[in-house]
Write a protein that binds this ligand. Structure first.
Ligand code: SAH
Ligand code: SF4
Ligand code: F3S
Length: 475
């Protein structure tokens, strides 16, 4: 796959922005005078995709579409796809395949596929060839151009497959239709330059580019003024935020400026790459109570040899020293990680090193994945791919070790009172309400609808591996 390292991003020009506003207006005109049309956005993948989908929904709403959660009721469906593991792609393809019947019933239905999967040329071509009822595709770097793409499909009655080529463009001011009024994703940067050898993201999200601090601050000020209580800053490697601004505002500076915004809210961020997470950032967090006591620091493997093969640029010792520093500065901090089991060449000894780093780091939470071969990435070409029987045995052992630690880390909170932002009724346990602590732990408790979107104090009576249980107290 093409490794585009020489295509620096640029801001959209006022003309480019104006032309998308024009296309939006033209679509609104085309839709006016008919029964209100409905749009359904279906999202796979990470929080970046969730955030992108809120912008897709925002653009559709500006065109006059009403939002629906049901594909059956929709006049337009946009599927935002993920490509990080093969399973994610298969799922997106099978769901998209199911829309064939919907189109047969309603020929006027427009179906688009966007996001990471179709940012790969071969996947976009496959959709064009084998899914004749899909009307358009566009990759992650072309999201800002959706009004133009859709207008072409509607006005010329033709299919449009927008290539993910050229300089990535950052456009401010794209409308956003947020899922949740009191919790917001805010992308602070796009793309990734790290090229970890297993990972497809840099190929499908393009080169790293940061939004201007003024634009980010303006967006967050408006959110807080609107009553938003939790802001999650997003980027594939937030620690390299602002590199293009020549040291004028790095990630720690940005975080500090965000915390100076008045109001009752907390800030989270993800993801931090251990090679770039700085002591300055940890000090900034420690000094700012508005920053949630949560740190997602993916280690991927505990073996120095494998970390090198993964192109991660840190080792066990530097990683663990970061964790020690974090705990020294913020003893209550909850730390989580991502781990890949079965990277090519991973031996039993390498895997034991992963188990041992998990025990040493004592994570609150772990997201673990079996290595998935992504064609075009260097790791896909490596010899010694680990057979499924081997990963199948290693994976449950890792989970068992972590589950025990998660429970121990949760037990510490029994009989203590924690501040919790109330989400609503628990999906798994509808008798209870659920919310999240500063450390992003799930808490279950009795409450009523009036508490949704508010901070409450919950005294923890029981800790489980994946949740805390408690009751709301005055303080
Ligand atoms: N930018 C983030 C996360 C990117 S994707 C970071 O650097 O941490 C989220 C997680 O998916 C990664 O942390 C990694 O653990 C996992 N992942 C990425 N590529 C993978 C692959 N080919 N197979 C299995 N897991 C993978
Ligand atoms: Fe993928 Fe590595 Fe970039 Fe994360 S930092 S998105 S794992 S290449
Ligand atoms: Fe996210 Fe999947 Fe793309 S993890 S960046 S949606 S490949």
């Amino acid at each position: 796959m093409e490794k585009r390292i020489d295509s620096p991003a640029r801001m959209a020009t006022p003309q480019e922005k104006q032309s998308q506003i024009e296309y939006t207006r033209k679509i609104r005109e085309m839709l006016s005078g008919t029964e209100p049309k409905k749009a359904c956005v279906v999202t796979y993948g990470c929080q970046q995709n969730e955030a992108d989908s809120e912008r897709i929904a925002g653009m559709l709403s500006a065109m006059g579409y009403e939002k629906t959660l049901s594909e059956k009721d929709a006049d337009i469906i946009v599927v935002n796809t993920c490509a990080v593991r093969d399973h994610a792609e298969q799922k997106a393809l099978s769901i998209t395949g199911g829309y064939k019947h919907l189109k047969a019933k309603k020929p006027s239905l427009i179906i688009g596929v966007c996001g990471c999967m179709v940012s790969k040329k071969e996947s976009a071509e496959r959709i064009k060839r084998s899914y004749p009822y899909i009307d358009f595709t566009f990759g992650t770097e072309k999201l800002w151009q959706m009004p133009e793409i859709l207008y072409t499909v509607m006005s010329e009655q033709k299919r449009f497959f927008c290539p993910n080529e050229g300089k990535p463009i950052t456009m401010e001011g794209i409308p956003v239709l947020r899922e949740n009024p009191y919790k917001a994703w805010v992308s602070i940067m796009y793309g990734c330059n790290n090229f970890c050898t297993y990972c497809i993201v840099p190929y499908v999200r393009g080169r790293e580019r940061s939004r201007r601090p003024e634009d980010i601050l303006k967006e967050i000020e408006a959110l807080v003024a609107d009553g938003c209580k939790e802001i999650t800053l997003l980027g594939q490697n937030v620690n390299s935020y602002g590199k293009e601004f020549g040291g004028e505002c790095d990630f720690a500076d940005l975080l500090d400026r965000i915390c100076k915004i008045e109001g009752d809210f907390i800030v989270r961020f993800m993801t931090s790459h251990p090679k770039d997470a700085s002591l300055k950032l940890i000090d900034t967090m420690a000094a700012n109570p508005k920053v949630a006591r949560q740190f997602h620091l993916p280690v991927q493997s505990g073996s120095d040899r494998i970390l090198k093969e993964m192109n991660r640029h840190y080792n066990r010792e530097t990683y663990l020293s970061l964790i020690r520093y974090m705990r020294e500065k913020m003893p209550d901090i909850a730390i989580s990680t991502d781990i890949i089991v079965g990277f090519p060449g991973e031996t039993d000894e390498d895997f034991e090193e992963t188990l041992s780093i998990v025990k040493e780091a004592r994570y609150d939470m772990m997201y673990s994945f079996i290595y998935s071969k992504r064609s075009g990435t260097p790791a896909a070409e490596m010899e010694n791919q680990v057979p499924a029987e081997v990963t199948g045995k290693r994976f449950p052992r890792l989970i068992e070790v972590q589950n025990e630690i998660s429970l121990e880390r949760n037990l510490v909170w029994e009989n203590k009172t924690l501040r919790v932002l109330v989400d609503g009724r628990s999906k798994n346990n509808p008798d209870k309400f659920s919310g999240r602590t500063d450390g992003n732990k799930i808490v279950l408790f009795d409450a009523d609808d009036s508490m949704i979107g508010k901070f409450v104090n919950v005294k923890i009576s029981k800790a489980q591996t994946f949740a805390l249980i408690g009751e709301v107290v005055a303080k």
